[in-house]
Design a protein around this ligand. Structure first.
Ligand SMILES: [Zn+2]
Length: 108
């Protein structure tokens, strides 16, 4: 019996008894079996949640690597031809998003 239960007065004890379902022994056994199963399922969930946390952490680490690499590449972009597009008479690099004003060669 824990401290809260042991500190109940007789009247308080009666109040709890009035609310408690007075189940048969087989209903009580059945409920207790379900309760044990519930605790077992919760135990089985724990390693899965640990694994999820590990995976989320691994994912965040990879996302940080992607961000860092991409930022370095944007900073030192070589503007590869396959990533260049013409837009409103300018050349735009789709990777770094820089816009270039290029004069057309007239003597083609
Ligand atoms: Zn670029």
């Amino acid at each position: 019996m824990n401290e809260i239960e042991s500190s109940l007065t007789a009247v308080e004890e009666q109040m709890l008894d009035l609310v408690a379902d007075h189940a048969t022994q087989s209903e009580t056994l059945s409920w207790e079996r379900k309760h044990r199963n519930l605790l077992k399922f919760i135990d089985q969930l724990e390693p899965i949640e640990d694994e999820l946390l590990r995976l989320v952490s691994e994912k965040q680490s990879l996302l940080a690597c992607i961000d860092s690499t991409r930022n370095t590449m944007v900073e030192n972009c070589i503007h590869p031809k396959d990533l260049l597009v013409l837009h409103d008479g300018h050349v735009v690099c789709k990777f770094c998003d820089r816009k270039f004003v290029v004069k057309e060669e007239k003597n083609v």
